[in-house]
Design a protein around this ligand. Sequence first.
Ligand code: GRF
Length: 213
Amino acid sequence: MKSLVILISGRGSNMRSIVDAGLSADIRAVISNRPDAAGLAHARERGIATAVVDHMAFPDRAHFDRALAREIDRHAPDLVVLAGFMRILTPEFVDHYRGRMINIHPSLLPAFTGLHTHRRAIEAGCRLAGATVHFVTGELDGGPIIAQAAVPVLQDDTEDALAARVLAQEHILYPQVVRWFIDERLALRDGRVHLHGEATPSSAALRVPATDV
Ligand code: GRF
C-alpha cells in the first residue's frame, strides 16, 4: 500500500477531501507549518498523526526546509501532498522529492501563479477559471501539469463566489490524482507526466463539470 504525508498551512479542506475519500493509502502524517492550522484537528479526529514544524522557529528558509524534510522522511512516504501549504520551498527540498511531491493551485496554470488568483481571473475578464494539480519543481506554481478542472466565471462573479466554485472542484480533482498515484497509474519521467502508460494525460484528466455550476 502506498503511503502519503500531507502538508497544510490552514483550513485544510483539500487535505480533508483526500482523507475522507477512502483511498487505499496509508496516510502517515499531516504536517503544518502553522501551529494554529484548523486542519490539524480534523486529522487528529481521524486518528492520523500530526506534527507542526513552525517556520517562525527557524532563522531562514534553508533551516526550516531541512527540519521539515527530516519530519517528512521519518514517515518515509511514497508521495508528499501539498494541500494549501503556503511556503516557498528551497531547490534542495524540491529536488529531494522530485517526482513524488504534488501541489494544487487554484488557477488554470500557467495563468495566475502566486496569490489572489480568483480576483486576478475576474479582473482579466477570464471566462474560465479552475484548479491545477502538478508535480512540484523549483518554479513557483510551475512543474508538469497532471490534471485541471475548469469552471465558468459568471457575470458579476465575486472573488468569494468564484473561489467556492473552484474549491468544490479541487475537492474532486485532488483525491482523483492521488488515487492515480497510489494505483501506480501516474508518474513523472524525464520531466513529463505519464498517466496510465500514456505520454500525455488523456482528456480524462480534464474535468469540466456540466451540471454543478
Ligand atoms: C486551495 O484553494 C488550494 O488550491 C490553495 O490554497 C487553498 C487551500 O485551501 N493552494 P485548503 O486549506 O485546502 O482548504
